[in-house]
Design a protein around this ligand. Sequence first.
Ligand code: GLC
Ligand code: MN
Length: 355
Amino acid sequence: MAPPQQVEDEAFVTLATSDTYALGSLVWGQSLRRVGTTRKLVVMITPGVSHGIRQQLGSVFDLLEVVDVLDSRDTINLGLLERPDLGVTFTKFHVWRLTQFKKCVFMDSDTMVLQNIDELFEREEFSAAPDPGWPDCFNSGVFVLQPSLQTYQNLLAFAMTVGSFDGGDQGLLNLYFKDWAYTDIQKHLPFIYNVVSQAFYSYLPALKQFGANIKVVHFIGPVKPWMHKYNTATGEVIPEPGTGHHGTFLQQWWNIFMELVQPKMDPTYLSGLAGELASLKLDASPQQPMEAVPEHERRERWERGQVDYLGEDSFQKIQERIDSTLQSGPAQAQPKPVDKSKGAVPKASRKHVRK
Ligand code: GLC
Ligand code: MN
């Protein structure tokens, strides 16, 4: 079969405001190439992104667009979010200037694509998925837009007059496209297009049922995938405690990074974290299998109300069970006897890490 036709006037676009975010852009770009996208790949970079990393971006992306940093400098609202670093996310608005494309899908560099998402181009501006922290708002890590200089100007004027309630792009875009919550359901992207990697601890049965449908994972929060440690002997990521990032997804990010990005990185031209990661060397050696605690024993204790929050039923252990749920694929959609007395996850272990 002939390969699907490339589409010239539609693009997936991301943004790198530093060399470290560019690592995310590289994994994101490769994750889209891997699933055979037919659309152009564009990365917008700010002037501070180094020459070394630009070279590498050039080998993955169809277009590198250098843009000025737009910063909200809204310390008060950014303080509420505890994320002073997010003021520069206004830089995203430059995507409306890419008028050589009829339509774009913007995606943050801390997202990763697991399945082809070219069908997103059937949606209109402004389509996005609900933010799990406040579902009447959309999350601005993935959205469909129509480039237009007029809209770009309007957004800048809006930034001067109204501003953003979180100091970043999300708080502004939600005010600008304010009827998103109440009007066209077609503009509500399903959650599978922007699965905030911490969100489903609160709804494990849904993860079991729908986890295999996930198309995009979004690593929100201040600790990004590239900041977690990686064991070069075992090829496994060592998740930083407390970030809520999901082990399986982090591992997938690192697998793409180590297989498709890292081997092409040249430590002589890179510094900082990018330079350090460029020097990583895989050193495979046999691993001791870990012993598992029998599941039925744990469940029995749980059902007797003996929840071992610090041990077997701790956040980390629950995360491990979520990991194995994801690896084992979707649940069979067969009717099962319902016993309402048993919750899937004890309340005290429903944790959210949100920012
Ligand atoms: C949230 C969104 C991110 C956005 C930021 C600032 O963290 O996930 O896309 O840049 O808010 O508004
Ligand atoms: Mn993000």
